[in-house]
Design a protein around this ligand. Structure first.
Ligand SMILES: [Zn+2]
Length: 135
């Protein structure tokens, strides 16, 4: 299990991702789960590995189980990387976007197609991600 991810404001309590109970920062249990909807705002090395916060080991285990059953879809991860790049650097060209995300043009197109499909139906972090077209 990872140590606590990048500290937020130390004055603020942490909130359990499962039961939403607040507790003093640093007193919960923390981990990361495989999640293709996560692009880490600070460290691309953690893309696809969402940090989770829980009030105790039981809720951490429950969260880990939920994410374990969530399919990992590459197009979703690429779309998350694109969203992050476009938020941090608006008005990127396709070439700049490819450089910024580390994706190739085919991956950018696949992510855009996936994202267009997703916006029509809507999706939440723990919802089932849509399968890319053609699978
Ligand atoms: Zn909890």
């Amino acid at each position: 299990m990872d140590p606590r991810p990048e500290a937020d404001d130390p004055g603020l309590p942490d909130i359990c991702d499962l039961c939403h109970q607040a507790f003093p920062a640093g007193e919960g249990v923390y981990g990361r789960v495989r999640d293709s909807s996560w692009a880490d705002p600070a460290d691309p090395e953690h893309d696809g590995r969402r940090p989770i916060t829980a009030c105790g080991t039981a809720h951490l285990a429950d969260l880990q189980q939920r994410y374990l059953h969530r399919p990992f879809v590459n197009e979703e991860l690429w779309a998350a990387k694109i969203d992050r790049a476009q938020t941090q650097h608006p008005h990127l060209s396709q070439e700049q976007l490819a450089k910024e995300t580390g994706l190739n043009l085919l991956q950018l197109e696949a992510a855009a197609r996936w994202g267009a499909t997703r916006r029509v139906r809507g999706a939440d972090a723990l919802d089932e991600p849509l399968r890319p077209p053609g699978e």
